[in-house]
Each structure stands twice: as structure tokens, then as C-alpha cells.
Design a protein around this ligand. Structure first.
Ligand code: TXD
Length: 321
């Protein structure tokens, strides 16, 4: 059996960590592509020189030539500019749409059978644009946002309750913007509702609700919190880890149920847009969208988030993409 191949389009902060995680876990051969001459070659040389220490085998290459991505099983796209302090994800729209256009044309040409995970922001618009230009079927084009947003929510819950983050299940739906929807009612600690644990901790229902509201707000703003601290660039460890969990579920046909920015065909009442929802990821990419019942408040928040995604996609269309 030949080894699997993952190509990474964009060799910046996230691209570099993606390459390292894939290599260390021996998930697949890696091709790191960037338009900046020598940058991907330099990163890959450095990474390869760690192989003896970390004990990994595998073929790693850095390139400025799209031909090298041919035969990829998975392509992960981080090409584009990250946010600067004070910028919203949407401010990146025009610059990154131009970049995504050229990426989509080249991936369609050189890796036409690949499964594509988009990470570049503004995420929901960039996934939409990649699919539109490539014409790839929707189950082979989707975005990473929800795994990270859910992990951020889980992290804050673990810190608040003083329990292992490994026991937290938290799910964030909707677009990858300030309107995302962390689901309070479904958040649990090994099956125990987080709200119940908070109420027991504080012995005060109102205080528990305030604490939860603060965690929800922090989750929605978590990307910006990192941007503000870093001053140059945005989060890169966690988005890379998130995308790798998706790629691993695909390569190993694990059929994990992960929140994915997926194309909806009537699910959750949404038709024809990419929005963050739980989906089963296996060797065919998205194998099924997993629906769940939302109460009136949750559905309202979801509708609001879908509205923001639609506006973003309409803006992009108006700008000629
Ligand atoms: O969860 C998520 N989806 C995200 C997304 C979380 C955090 C950051 N997210 C977004 O990912 C961020 O807003 C950016 O749009 C992307 C990539 O973030 P990263 O931190 O890796 O940005 P870098 O370090 O600037 O790297 C981007 C690289 C850089 O090396 C450029 O030279 C390259 O992209 N680039 C290109 N590569 C290929 N082709 C073209 N045209 C191109 N243009 C720039």
C-alpha cells in the first residue's frame, strides 16, 4: 500500500505546524507549498532534520511548484493573510478571495480528486469560493472552524470547573465569526450537563448563568483575544490541530462526528450555504450531516449566524468573486 499524501497550500504559521503534526504522527507524506521562494523548502529542511530525534519516517517536500501536489489525497489550505489587531475576519475578504481563486484553479488542475479542507479566513466565504471555482462535489470541500471553536469553549469550561479538558464535550455551530453559536444545553462533562455542575458549584442559578454567558462570549471572541496578544498574526497551534483531527478521521476512515463548515442542502433549515454543523468524516470526506434539535433560542441564534454567512457570501459575489 502506498502512503497517503497531504498537500498544504500556504507555508506560514499554520502550514508549518500542520507539516510538523503530520510528520510526527506519520499520517502521510507532506508537500508544503507557498508562493514565497525558499520558505517552504526551508521549513521542510528544518522539519526533516528533526526526524531522527522524533523518530518519524516519511517523505517531506517544500515547493513553489503546484505540479508537486499531484496525487494528493487531502489538500489543506491556509494561503492568505491573517488578521491584524482590530481587524475582523471579514476585512480579509478581498485579499484572501483573490488568493483563494488562484489556489482553487491550481488545486483543481493538479489534485482534482483530493479532499479539501479550507482554513483561510473569512472561512465560510473562502470555502464557498473554493467550491464554486473548483466545481468539486460538496462532500469533498469543507472548512475547519468548528473543531477549534468547540475546543476553545471546552478549554474555558475545563478551567472554570477545574476538571480535565478530556472529559468536556462542547459543540459550536454556525459561521466562523462573532455570531457563532456555542451550544450551552448540549455542553457536558462526561455526560453531566455543564450547567448542572455550575449550579452546584455556585449554588446560585443566576450566577451559574452569568459564568456560562461569559464563557460563551469569550469563545466567540477567542480568535481576537489571541490576535490582540500576538500583535502580529493569529492563532496557529490550535487551528492546525483542529484540521489534523479532521484529516486523520478521513485518512483512517474513523467516521468521527466533528463540527465542520459544510454545505447544507436543507439541513438545519439552510439551503445552499456553507455553515458549521456536526458531520461524519470518513474516507469519502463528509459522509453525513448530523442534525440535532434546537430549541427556539438556539434556532434563533443559528438563524442569526446563517444570516451573517449569507451577507458575507453576498458581499463576495458583489465584489465579483
Ligand atoms: O480556524 C480557522 N479557520 C482559522 C483561520 C484560525 C486562525 C487563522 N485562520 C486563517 O488562516 C487566517 O486568518 C489566515 O487567513 C489563514 C492562515 O493563517 P497563518 O497564520 O498561517 O498565516 P500566515 O503565517 O501569514 O501564512 C499564510 C501563508 C504565507 O506564507 C503566504 O506566503 C501564503 O500564505 N500565501 C500563499 N500561498 C499560496 N498561494 C498564494 N497565492 C498565497 N498567498 C499568500
Amino acid at each position: 500500500m502506498s502512503r497517503k499524501k497531504i498537500s498544504l497550500i500556504g507555508g506560514g504559521q499554520i502550514g508549518g505546524v500542520l507539516a510538523q503534526l503530520i510528520a510526527q504522527r506519520e499520517l502521510a507524506d507532506v508537500v508544503l507549498f507557498d508562493i514565497v521562494p525558499d520558505l517552504p523548502q526551508g521549513k521542510i529542511l528544518d522539519l526533516a532534520e528533526a526526524s531522527r530525534i522524533d523518530n518519524f519516517d516519511g517523505k517531506l517536500s517544500g515547493t513553489n511548484n503546484y505540479e508537486d501536489i499531484s496525487g494528493s489525497d487531502i489538500v489543506i489550505i491556509t494561503a492568505g493573510l491573517p488578521r491584524k489587531p482590530g481587524m475582523s475576519r471579514d476585512d480579509l475578504l478581498v485579499t484572501n478571495a483573490n488568493i483563494m481563486k488562484s489556489v482553487a484553479e491550481n488545486v483543481s488542475k493538479y489534485a482534482p480528486n483530493s479532499i479539501v479542507i479550507v482554513i483561510s479566513n473569512p472561512l465560510d466565504a473562502m470555502v464557498t469560493l473554493f467550491q464554486k471555482i473548483s466545481g468539486f462535489p460538496n462532500h469533498r470541500v469543507f472548512g475547519q472552524a468548528g473543531v477549534l471553536d468547540s475546543s476553545r469553549f471546552a478549554t474555558f469550561i475545563a478551567w472554570e470547573l477545574g476538571v480535565s479538558v478530556k472529559d468536556i464535550n462542547a459543540l459550536v455551530l454556525g459561521g466562523h465569526g462573532d455570531t457563532m453559536v456555542p451550544l450551552i444545553r448540549y455542553a457536558n462533562v462526561n455526560g453531566i450537563p455543564v450547567m448542572e455542575m455550575l449550579e452546584r458549584k455556585y449554588n446560585d442559578k443566576q450566577k451559574a448563568e452569568e459564568v456560562m454567558t461569559a464563557m460563551v462570549e469569550r469563545t466567540k471572541m477567542a480568535g481576537g483575544e489571541v490576535v490582540k496578544l500576538l500583535k502580529t498574526g493569529s492563532a496557529f497551534y490550535s487551528p492546525a490541530s483542529a484540521a489534523i483531527s479532521m484529516a486523520e478521521s478521513i485518512l483512517k476512515d474513523e467516521k468521527r462526528v466533528l463540527p465542520v463548515c459544510a454545505y447544507l442542502n436543507g439541513e438545519f433549515g439552510v439551503n445552499g450555504y456553507y455553515v458549521g454543523v456536526p458531520a461524519i468524516l470518513g474516507s469519502n470526506g463528509i459522509e453525513k450531516i448530523v442534525e440535532l434539535s434546537l430549541n427556539e433560542t438556539e434556532q434563533g441564534l443559528m438563524n442569526n449566524s446563517v444570516k451573517a454567512v449569507k451577507e458575507l457570501v453576498e458581499d463576495m459575489t458583489r465584489l465579483g468573486f
